[in-house]
Write a protein that binds this ligand. Structure first.
Ligand SMILES: *Cc1c(COP(=O)(O)O)cnc(C)c1O
Length: 352
C-alpha cells in the first residue's frame, strides 16, 4: 500500500474470490462455474469473429444484445441494463440508490458489504432464521436499499415469490435488488413484477447458467427510470463496458436458449443425486435451488473437509464465518465429477 491511498480505501477490506488455480489439475467445485462448455453456436461465432473489427470501439449501448434479451424475456430494450459481470450492476446499484442506507442478510453474497464499505454506505446485516431462511418480516417497510439474493448464496435456499412481492410492495420509496444469479436452476424469478413495481431491480448473470464466467457479462431488468439511472452511472464510469466479442457471444447464447435449459436440467438432477448421497453419508444438506449445495458433516469440520479434499485435488468452498464454519459450499459439476467427489468423501470419512 502506498502512502498516497485515500484513508477510506486504506481501511477497506476487499472481496476475496474463490481460488482459481492455474495448474488446472483440480476438480473445481468452488466458484459455481458451469462444468459445461458454452453452446456450439457460441463457439462458432467466436471462430468466425473478425479480429480486424477489434480496432474499433464497441457499441456503447450494446443495441443488438439488448434487443435479443428483450425478445427472449418479452420486455423492451429500455428495461434492460448490461454490464461487465453482474458484480458491476450490484456495485452501481449500491452507488446509485443508497442514500437511506442498505440492508441485506448476514449470510449472503460477500460482495454486498464490500460495495457498501466502498461507497461509505451505512448498512445492516440482518440474521437469517436458525434454519437459514430469510424472514420476510425483517424487510417489510424498512425504506432502505434492500439486497436479496434469491436463491440465496451460499445456502442455495429460496424465498417464495409472494414474500419477495410483499417486500417490494412495502418499500415503495426504496429500490429492492433481487440478485437472481442462480434462478435458472429451479428458482422462481421476480421478473414478472417489473411491470408492476418501479422500485424493483432484478440482476442476472451469464457466469453460472450460461456457462460464460470468463466472458464477464451481467444483465438486469427494471423500470425504464431505474435503467436510466444505471446508464447514467455507467456512462460516467466506462461507456464501453461490454466488449464487442462478449456482446456477440451474448447474442449467440440467447439464440441457444434450449441448450442452456437442457444443461440446467442436468445440473438440477445431479444436484438432487449428490444431495441424496451426502445425506446417506450423514450430512445435513440444505435444500438448494442453485447449482451448488451447502452441506455439513457431523463427523468432520468444514475447514478440515475442505483441506482434505484439496489434498486430493478437489476444490470446494469453505467460509470462515462463525455461523457457517461447519458447512461447505459445493458446486455441482458433471455426474462423473460428483461421483469422484463422493468417493473421496467416503474415503475421508472412513479414515476417521
Ligand atoms: C456469482 C454471483 C454474482 C456475480 O456474478 P458475475 O460473474 O459478476 O456476473 C452475483 N451474485 C451472486 C449471488 C453470485 O453468486
Amino acid at each position: 500500500m502506498s502512502r498516497f491511498l485515500k484513508e477510506k480505501y486504506n481501511i477497506l477490506e476487499a472481496y476475496t474470490p474463490g481460488e482459481q488455480p492455474r495448474d488446472g489439475e483440480y476438480i473445481k467445485l468452488n466458484t459455481n462455474e458451469s462444468p459445461f462448455s458454452p453452446a456450439p453456436e457460441v463457439a462458432q461465432i467466436l471462430k468466425k469473429s473478425d479480429i480486424e473489427r477489434l480496432r474499433l470501439y464497441c457499441d456503447p449501448c450494446s443495441t443488438e444484445l439488448k434487443a435479443s434479451l428483450a425478445s427472449l424475456y418479452n420486455l423492451e430494450s429500455e428495461n434492460i441494463f448490461l454490464s461487465n459481470g453482474s458484480d458491476d450492476i450490484l456495485n452501481f446499484a449500491m452507488m446509485a440508490f443508497s442514500d437511506k442506507g442498505a440492508i441485506f442478510p448476514d449470510i449472503t453474497y460477500g460482495f454486498y458489504p464490500v460495495f457498501a464499505e466502498l461507497h461509505g454506505v451505512e448498512y445492516e446485516e440482518i440474521p437469517l432464521k436458525a434454519d437459514f431462511t430469510v424472514d420476510e418480516n425483517d424487510y417489510i417497510s424498512k425504506d432502505k436499499l434492500i439486497f436479496i439474493a434469491n436463491p440465496n448464496a451460499p445456502t442455495g435456499m429460496e424465498l417464495p415469490l409472494e414474500s419477495i412481492e410483499k417486500i417490494i410492495a412495502s418499500n415503495p420509496d426504496s429500490v429492492v435488488v433481487i440478485d437472481e444469479a442462480y434462478v435458472d436452476f429451479g428458482g422462481t424469478s421476480a421478473l414478472p413484477l417489473i411491470s408492476k413495481y418501479e422500485n424493483l431491480l432484478v440482476v442476472r448473470t451469464y457466469s453460472k447458467s450460461r456457462c460464460m464466467a470468463g466472458a464477464r457479462l451481467g444483465y438486469a431488468f427494471a423500470s425504464k427510470a431505474i435503467i436510466e439511472d444505471l446508464e447514467k452511472i455507467k456512462f460516467s464510469t466506462n461507456p464501453y463496458n461490454i466488449n464487442s466479442l462478449t456482446a456477440k457471444l451474448g447474442v449467440a447464447t440467447v439464440n441457444s436458449n434450449d441448450y442452456y435449459e437442457a444443461k440446467c436440467k442436468e445440473i438440477i438432477s445431479v444436484r438432487e443425486y449428490t444431495s441424496e448421497k451426502l445425506r446417506e453419508m450423514g450430512f445435513t444438506v440444505l435444500s438448494s435451488k442453485a447449482n451448488f449445495i451447502f452441506a455439513k458433516s457431523d463427523i468432520i469440520g468444514g475447514e478440515e473437509l475442505y483441506l482434505k479434499l484439496k489434498e486430493r485435488k478437489i476444490l470446494i468452498r469453505h467460509f470462515a464465518k462463525d455461523r457457517i464454519k461447519d458447512f461447505n459450499r459445493i458446486t455441482i459439476g458433471t455426474k462423473e465429477q460428483m461421483d469422484i467427489f463422493l468417493e473421496n468423501i467416503g474415503e475421508i470419512l472412513k479414515e476417521r
